[in-house]
Design a protein around this ligand. Structure first.
Ligand SMILES: Cc1cc2nc3c(=O)[nH]c(=O)nc-3n(C[C@H](O)[C@H](O)[C@H](O)COP(=O)(O)O)c2cc1C
Length: 178
């Protein structure tokens, strides 16, 4: 059975996501790639997953290397484009609070710094699992990606019909909003 790649891409674009930049060190320089294929995986051990195109430079640099997931805020839309091949004016501000871990981007909503755990074949992509070593959260609205464009986060949807149920985001393992 064959599927039309363009149509599949459009279908997948209906899954609204946040936007991250995966940062690492490559050839002695900080490097980043904009990625929305990011997922939480496990709390024990603490694991996260990113999926990178085999053709990307990031894919080469991430092989056995630490990486940081920078969750972008709305004002970082230019940063998202910068690390997707559309350079912004100037260079984004880099930080490296721990020299054993990957560099990170100033002004992110959250940063999750990982050491390499495993990588897996993902067809034309490679799936990288990282073990979380350090994380921090700052305030702000997330940059949202839907159908190929950036969006504003909408208002809270209420009432939450599953309050107190096992799947309730505020009582299960999902992170409750502050
Ligand atoms: C919103 C957005 C989401 C993206 N998500 C991914 C992704 O999940 N995986 C991926 O490999 N590329 C993704 N890309 C494309 C990469 O950012 C782009 O190919 C980038 O140039 C790779 O950089 P590099 O080759 O310097 O590593 C995305 C681009 C945008 C704008």
């Amino acid at each position: 059975m064959s599927v039309d790649a363009r149509e599949l891409r459009r279908c997948l674009g209906h899954f609204a996501t946040g936007v991250t930049v995966i940062t690492c060190a490559g050839d002695g320089m900080p490097h980043g790639a904009t990625v929305n294929a990011f997922s939480a995986v496990s709390l024990d051990p603490p694991l996260v997953l990113v999926s990178l195109d085999r053709k990307s430079k990031a894919c080469k640099y991430l092989d056995g290397a630490p990486f940081t997931v920078n969750v972008l805020t709305e004002p970082q839309d230019e940063v998202a484009l910068h690390f997707a091949g559309k350079p912004m004016n100037g260079e984004p501000e880099w930080q490296r609070p721990d020299s054993r871990l990957a560099p990170q981007l100033a002004g992110s909503l959250a940063t999750i710094s990982c050491t390499p755990w495993r990588s897996y074949d993902g067809g034309d992509h490679v799936l990288y699992l990282g073990e979380v070593q350090r994380f921090e959260v700052a305030g702000g609205d997330p940059l949202v990606f839907f159908l190929g464009g950036f969006r504003h986060l909408g208002p809270v949807y209420e009432p939450v019909p599953w309050f107190e149920s096992a799947d309730c985001p505020s009582t299960s393992w999902f992170v409750a909003s502050s």
